[in-house]
Write a protein that binds this ligand. Structure first.
Ligand SMILES: [Zn+2]
Length: 434
């Protein structure tokens, strides 16, 4: 039994509660230890006492580095891994010029598998241990991503994109073929290993009302699946949507009518929402995935986090690659902070990090599995060196000299100046994968 145990020495940081609700929201243990057994967290504590308690077990020394739960990316398009940083215009042009042509390639299984592997390796290199991903309309793209994630034993939520209009031939299905493919994929992957299925109508513009209703029915049939889609990212998109759905008084109502707004629904963006829409999202306990680098890159708008918080919305952070410009959740946190600065809200690093770890796990109803180091959770964690570059080292030395090298200053520096270079190692279920 002892062979399955493993002690990791380092500075422990993880959330136990929401920093928006509690002052003592996290546990920070300098010179601490994380003890795991069979891929799950057994306990955290001071190194010296855990070392004497578990005297003979395997030990890995990460002294001086942070041991933190892995980061969770709540909205990312794996099929756009090749097309980050494409110049030009706003959402709808960008979709037609770059995204749809890139996604057409995923009918080929070997292409899908190759990109799925690159995608997951990029996530792990950036310290992201779980994600909620969009593939393409092709069944091959879904199978490839679930397959590669399973090889790494990575927790993954994804599901076939549904599009039955306003997209090129080769990227559309219809109500019947879409439903049949979803059912087969749900039966094959949902709940198998660490995989969960998300019913994924891309957005209102590319689905008919009939297809959206089919997606809602499918979720009712498989109520423990997730739903993901895009909502109110860009003003032209909203105007086009309301023109296509003249009976709806706002964008959210399009999805409400189809039964798609539930406590397992992840809504990408939600940049331009009315008070009424925000209230209804909060009442349904649906989740908004805020994608700051994407919103800035496509000029979509500035999400108001404080307003969403005041309305009681569960908000989580996400990259939205490939409109998002980085796989790094640290960079994503940094940009979310800057967006809030323009709205007069100085968001704490505790809030941004919570919304990239335990807060996301809670919103997704999986806090018993991931997002923290609470005993019994799966040991998905990262080893973080918060001073790898000369600038970061100077900043650390300055703060140490001034007696201000607090955990919050350390985390804020990681957020503002950090990236993949700060991730020393990534573990899934206690196994080193990067
Ligand atoms: Zn997106």
């Amino acid at each position: 039994m002892q062979e399955k145990h493993h002690l990791f020495k380092g500075d422990i940081f993880h959330f136990t509660k929401s920093p928006l609700e509690y002052k003592d929201s996290y546990e920070f243990i300098p010179n601490g230890a994380l003890v795991i057994a069979d891929g799950k967290v057994l306990e955290t504590g001071v190194y010296a006492s855990l070392k004497s308690k578990y005297a003979s077990i395997r030990e890995t020394d990460y002294s001086g580095q942070l041991l933190m739960p892995g980061l969770i990316d709540a909205h990312v398009h794996y099929a756009q891994t090749e097309m980050l940083g494409m110049y030009g215009k706003q959402l709808l042009d960008w979709l037609n010029d770059y995204t749809f042509p890139a996604e057409l390639q995923f009918n080929a299984a070997d292409h899908a598998t190759r990109i799925a592997r690159s995608f997951i390796e990029e996530l792990l290199r950036n310290g992201t241990t779980s994600c909620v991903a969009y593939p393409t309309v092709h069944t091959n793209s879904v199978n490839a991503l679930f397959q590669v994630a399973s090889e790494y034993n990575m927790r993954l939520i994804t599901g076939k994109i549904l599009m039955d209009r306003n997209a090129p031939e080769g990227l559309t299905d219809n109500v019947e073929t879409g439903e049949k493919a979803c059912r087969e994929l749900i039966e094959k992957w949902h709940g198998s290993g660490r995989n969960s299925y998300a019913i994924t109508p891309r957005f209102a513009l590319t689905s008919t009302p009939e297809q959206l209703r089919m997606a809602g029915r499918l979720h009712a049939l498989y109520p423990d699946t997730y739903i993901q889609t895009h909502l109110s990212e860009n003003r032209n998109e909203i105007a086009s949507t309301l023109a296509l759905y003249p009976g709806c008084s706002d964008y959210l109502e399009v999805y409400e009518r189809a039964g798609l707004i539930t406590d397992r629904t992840l809504l990408g963006h939600g940049v331009h929402l009315s008070d009424s829409e925000l209230k209804r999202i909060a009442a349904a306990k649906a989740i908004i995935a805020h994608c700051p680098t994407s919103n800035l890159f496509l000029g979509s708008g500035l999400f108001e986090m404080k307003r969403a918080n005041n309305m009681g919305i569960q908000t989580v952070l996400a990259t939205d690659v490939g409109a998002g410009t980085s796989f790094s959740m640290l960079k994503t946190m940094a940009e979310s902070y800057k967006i809030q600065q323009t709205t007069g809200y100085s968001m704490s690093v505790l809030e941004t990090l919570y919304k990239s770890t335990l807060g996301t796990a809670k919103a997704l109803n999986m806090a018993d599995k991931t997002g923290s180091f609470l005993p019994g959770t799966e040991a998905d964690f990262i080893v973080v060196n918060s001073a790898t570059t000369p600038t970061q080292q100077l900043r650390r030395d300055y703060l140490v000299r001034s007696g201000k090298w607090t955990i919050e200053n350390q985390l804020f520096g990681l957020q503002t100046l950090g990236d993949d270079r700060n991730i020393s190692a990534t573990y899934l279920m206690g196994k080193k994968v990067w």
